[in-house]
Write a protein that binds this ligand. Structure first.
Ligand code: PLA
Length: 446
């Protein structure tokens, strides 16, 4: 009889079946009327799922949006803003998009490894066109879901083919690195990197920790513009880092999220990666076009695995594809086409470089202005010169959690709790205000 049936979602059950159903916690009552009641107030099957904490970086943007104070400033996420603090779409990106529209490019699936023209362009930007690793086809490149997705593919490859191998990450590092390796079930530990006493690189600590890591460990390195510290090794220090990694038979794993955005030059910012390539080492490089082409939401990047033979590269690539297919099948085409078009056209490539220099230049200008404002306003004699020594879009202020909280709660300056501020979100007009906030937080909160 239809009236004696209970509808639970899309399944209809007869009362006899219900009473027999011992596994279903919603249906343990004896009488049909009780069952009906418990269906009406049934607890969620997601009762055991607790609230996740907000993301330490992207959660800051959510809190910023909720603040109604007009003085508010978002220096949390590393996203470039104009002097008017508006998001910026590069002119060269608009040009490439118009061209794509005119051509009427289709929306067919890409192959699992992504757009061939993009994969070629991205490896060439990284190593330099004509580099032996490219000519000899020793690089396995596949398009990934920006830097994060590319790191995640590599982490899955490590988990599958290097069981038990550890990844060493810098202390501190970009907040998401630990999540990525945790989710991929790859064990990690930290190497010393930042020295709070000098607000500089703890180079000896770094070398010692890399030396002491079990042979064959993966060493995660930021190719340029270290996040969050803004402190990069010098060219001489990079040579020593490569020496010790080679000695210990470790596998370098570069995260290159800021090529061209640190110094303004694509080549200069790839120098660390190229040093390792010249030594004939095998290594990983994850790339992102979020910052240097402003393609944040297009999720465009790549994972490159430099192998010692073309044959190994073919096999590695086949396995990366195998990992990608059940995760997301194949990557999005739009951002890949933009990159391929911009890099593949001499005029647009030149325009991109000019815009990148402009963005990197604006960040350097606000960095200088912030420093000048701090020095002129702070009468305590504190040395603020570390701000000028840092590179890239961030400044690691040395403010602790309580001081960072004061920046937000009292001054409406949104930043990550590790004391990092994104200078890409700062304007010349706001430097003095930010300096006041930093001085107050530094001297009046401990
Ligand atoms: N690697 C590093 C070192 C990064 O700083 C970021 C982005 C990425 C990879 C990944 O970026 P993508 O996936 O967009 O390519 N870091 C940002 C944003 C800018 C974020 O946390 O997602 C940051 O504010 O630190």
């Amino acid at each position: 009889m239809a009236s004696s049936m209970l509808s639970l979602g899309s399944t209809s059950l007869l009362p006899r079946q219900i009473n027999k159903n011992k596994l279903n916690p919603f249906l343990r009552t004896k009488s049909l009327s009780r069952v009906t009641m418990s269906v009406a107030v049934k607890p969620s099957r997601f009762e055991g799922i607790t609230m996740a904490p907000p993301d330490p970086i992207l959660g800051v943007s959510e809190a910023f949006k909720a603040d109604t104070n007009e003085l508010k400033l978002n220096l949390g996420v590393g996203a470039y803003r104009t002097e008017e603090l508006q998001p910026y779409v590069l002119n060269v990106v608009k040009k490439a998009e118009n061209l794509m529209l005119e051509r009427g490019d289709n929306k067919e699936y890409l192959p699992i490894e992504g757009l061939a023209a993009f994969n070629k362009a991205t490896a060439e930007l990284l190593f330099g066109a004509g580099h032996p690793v490219i000519k000899e086809q020793k690089v396995a490149t596949i398009q990934g879901l920006s830097g994060t997705g590319s790191l995640r593919l590599a982490a899955a490859l490590i988990e599958r083919y290097f069981p038990g191998a550890k990844v060493l990450i810098s202390a501190p590092t970009w907040g998401n690195h630990k999540n990525i390796f945790n989710d991929a079930k790859v064990p990690w530990s930290e190497y010393r990197y930042y020295d709070p006493k000098t607000i500089g690189l703890d180079f000896n600590g770094m070398i010692q920790d890399i030396k002491e890591a079990p042979e064959g460990s993966f060493i995660l390195l930021h190719g340029c513009a270290h996040n969050p510290t803004g402190i990069d090794p010098t060219p001489e220090q990079w040579v020593k880092i490569a020496d010790v990694i080679q000695e210990k038979n470790h596998i370098p794993f570069f995260d290159v999220a800021y090529q061209g955005f640190a110094s303004g030059s694509l080549d200069e910012d790839a120098a660390s990666v190229r040093l390792f390539a010249e030594r004939g080492m095998e290594f990983f490089v994850a790339q992102s076009y979020s910052k240097n082409l402003g393609l944040y939401a297009e999720r465009i990047g790549a994972i490159n695995v430099v192998c010692s033979s073309a044959d190994a590269a073919i096999r590695v690539k086949s396995q990366l594809k195998r990992i990608a297919r059940p995760m997301y099948s194949n990557p999005p085409v739009h951002g890949a086409r933009i990159v391929a078009n911009v890099v593949g056209d001499a005029t647009m490539f030149g325009e991109w470089k000019a815009e990148m220099e402009m963005m990197a230049g604006r960040i350097k200008t606000v960095r200088q202005k912030l420093y000048d404002s701090l020095v002129s306003k702070d009468k305590s004699g504190k040395d603020w010169s570390f701000i000028l020594k840092q590179i890239g879009m961030f400044s690691f202020t040395g403010l602790n959690k309580a001081q960072s909280d004061n920046m937000t709660n009292k001054w409406h300056v949104y930043m990550t709790k590790d004391g990092r501020i994104s200078l890409a979100g700062l304007s010349m007009a706001k430097c003095e205000y930010l300096a006041d906030a930093i001085i107050d937080s530094y001297h009046n909160v401990s």
